[in-house]
Design a protein around this ligand. Sequence first.
Ligand SMILES: NC(=O)c1ccc[n+]([C@@H]2O[C@H](COP(=O)([O-])OP(=O)(O)OC[C@H]3O[C@@H](n4cnc5c(N)ncnc54)[C@H](OP(=O)(O)O)[C@@H]3O)[C@@H](O)[C@H]2O)c1
Length: 300
Amino acid sequence: MRVLITGGSGFVGQRLCQQLIEQGHEVQVVSRHPHKVRQRLPSGCDIRDSAQAFIQSPPDAMINLAGEPIAAKRWSDEQKAKLINSRKAATQQLVALCEQLQANGQPLPKVMVSGSAMGYYGDQGSREVSEDTAPNEEFAHRLCQQWEAAAQPIEALGVRLAIVRIGLVLETGGGSLQKMLPPFKLGLGGRFGSGEQFMPWIHRDDLVAALLFLVHQNNLSGAFNASAPHPVTNAVFTKTLAKQLNRSAIFPVPAFVLKAGFGEMSRLLLTGADMRPERLEAAGFTFQYPTLDKALGAIL
Ligand SMILES: NC(=O)c1ccc[n+]([C@@H]2O[C@H](COP(=O)([O-])OP(=O)(O)OC[C@H]3O[C@@H](n4cnc5c(N)ncnc54)[C@H](OP(=O)(O)O)[C@@H]3O)[C@@H](O)[C@H]2O)c1
């Protein structure tokens, strides 16, 4: 199978590309900097600077992960626009590629698996959240909602669309753990605010497996929560991480400090959703790392 990936050079994408190449698939990566990311990807990957550049070799499947990192900078109005527009543009490129393929009479991909995040639901307090839960209106929701909406037109072209609402992705070498590990290793970790906010998480290998599951299962479309079946609160996450490192975690960071330091972006740390992978599990997907103990044990 030939699979086109946006964001293939990222924390999730690199593992995904590696897995696909190992399974004998052909991998096409769209990157803003093909030469710069070359050494991060397996040698078999064909890396080009736009989706359109693959028009002569249409993919069988597309996986859409590209976007400005969510926690890299404070959420100024300008940064918020960049977070939304980078994702919309990457997604629209894939829709445009399919429109062009159709106009040329060339074969279209069978499926697009397109990114979204737990932020789709916004702050949900302690309520259990399935794919049907009504979102809380806030910036994270608007961002994900527009990202998802940009993918919808692909369905009218006859391409199956599965959307993944991704939880916090865990593995070393990137993502949130990379930022959390240094203070925790020094015994300086602690919960954020009350610690009662939920942190849906997923081991990176399980996310990659879920993306490929959605590519292969021809009957699956719509939104899927991509997070482990046993989400935890921030306080439990903190305790579990400290225990795995044989350290204590007795330095809570008060909410007002995070709000002062990060502004509106502090909502990423202080609010959350008890998100459950209801539809993935109902479809028969099994998690290799269902509990945080097991995931962190394997990672650390
Ligand atoms: N990691 C998590 O915990 C997590 C949780 C929920 C959702 N997600 C979402 O899942 C996707 C993949 O996550 P990830 O951790 O692998 O992300 P990542 O490491 O930040 O990589 C995403 C890729 O997007 C491209 N990109 C970055 N800024 C861009 C911009 N301004 N415009 C266009 N493209 C840009 C980059 O590719 P090039 O430099 O090659 O162009 C980058 O490699 C992201 O969209 C992320 O928001 C991640």
